[in-house]
Each structure stands twice: as C-alpha cells, then as structure tokens.
Design a protein around this ligand. Structure first.
Ligand code: 5GP
Ligand code: MG
Ligand code: MG
Length: 179
C-alpha cells in the first residue's frame, strides 16, 4: 500500500485542516471586497487550494497555471517554463497565488514578475509550506502555513515522480523509495 512508503508524518490531516481553516479566515478578511483571482499552481497546490477556498466565504474567482521547475526527481533544474497559462486577463485584478511549497523561490519570483508585467493590481502569495533553507533567489510569501526543514516532502498535492499527491497528510518518504 502507498502509505507503507512513508517514513514519518510531518503534518497530519487534522493539522492541515486546522491551518487551512486559519489561513482561509485571514484571507477572507483581506480579500472581502476585492473579488480576487485565486491562482492555483498545478498540480501540487490543488488539494490545498480546494480546502482553502471552502473556508473563504467571499466572492472570488479561480484559475490555474502549470509551470515546471522540477523534473521527475528531487532536485531543482533551475528553469521555469509555462506549461499552461491562465485563461483570465489579470490586468487590474487582485491576485492571490496559491502554492504548495516554496523551495528555491524561482517559480514564484518568475510568476510574480510576470503578473506585474501583465499589470495585475496586486499580487500576493499563500503557500502551504516554506523551506527557507532552499532559497536561491529572494522570495517571501505573504501567508505561510508551515515551515519545513530542508528535506523532500510528499503528500497533500506534493509528489515524488507524480505519486503520493493523494496522501491526506504530509510526510517524508523512506529512503529506499528514491534509491
Ligand atoms: P521552487 O521554484 O521554489 O524551487 O520550487 C517550487 C516547486 O518545487 C514546488 O511547487 C514543488 O512542486 C517543488 N518542490 C520543492 N520542494 C519540494 C519538496 O520537498 N517535495 C516535493 N514533492 N516538491 C517540492
Ligand atoms: Mg508547485
Ligand atoms: Mg513535483
């Protein structure tokens, strides 16, 4: 079974639900009158985004982008490529980017710059996880769920070679899985 591949649980289903609820409440206050465009970064952010927006009792719109900075493995390639762009014109819109994790910071710094160029009115970031030790470029999220150590984590959207996104919690894989 899939869950036998997990060495250690970092954040349980209950902790994730609690945090998502907290963030949703805060974001509802900030975006109450703004009809924000919530931008999910595929595929990793989808479980988090899905839970987050259900905690936001305000008008909002959702759209998705797919960008790649990682290949199938566990180290960053350093490149950012748009695989799927938004359907929505962001000019004049308040954007809330929803990410699963910030590591090097390359993906988000690229996206933030691109949205500014496209004349978004504001661009903020909510990330479930932040791995500050991985930073290569400067990048700070406006809202962070949890800080994580410099380890490769999976679950709740985060994959290893496209697997484990459907784990209901966040954990660390047993080393033999990627050896
Ligand atoms: P960054 O551009 O900040 O280096 O990369 C962010 C992306 O890299 C994340 O959206 C995620 O897809 C991937 N990533 C970074 N760290 C991890 C990790 O620990 N586990 C997994 N599964 N993906 C990660
Ligand atoms: Mg991602
Ligand atoms: Mg990945």
């Amino acid at each position: 079974m899939m869950q036998n591949d997990i060495e250690r649980v970092l954040f349980s289903r209950e902790e994730l639900a609690q945090k998502t609820n907290e963030l949703g409440q805060q974001l509802s206050v900030e975006y109450k009158e703004k009809n924000p465009l919530v931008v999910g970064i595929l595929k990793g952010a989808t479980p988090f985004l899905s839970d987050l927006v259900k905690e936001m009792d305000i008008y909002l719109e959702m759209d998705f982008m797919d960008v790649s900075s990682y290949g199938g493995g566990i180290t960053s390639s350093g490149e950012v490529k748009i695989l799927k762009d938004l359907d929505t014109n962001v000019e004049g819109r308040d954007l809330l980017i929803v990410e699963d994790i910030i590591d090097s910071g390359r993906t988000l710094s690229y996206l933030v710059e691109m949205f500014r160029y496209r004349k978004a009115k504001s661009v903020k970031i909510v990330t479930l996880l932040d791995k500050p030790e991985g930073r290569v470029v400067e990048m700070k999220a406006d809202y962070v769920g949890f800080l994580v150590p410099n380890e490769f984590v999976v679950g709740y959207g985060l994959d290893y070679d496209e697997r484990y996104r459907n784990l209901p919690y966040i954990g660390i894989l047993k080393p033999e899985i990627y050896q």
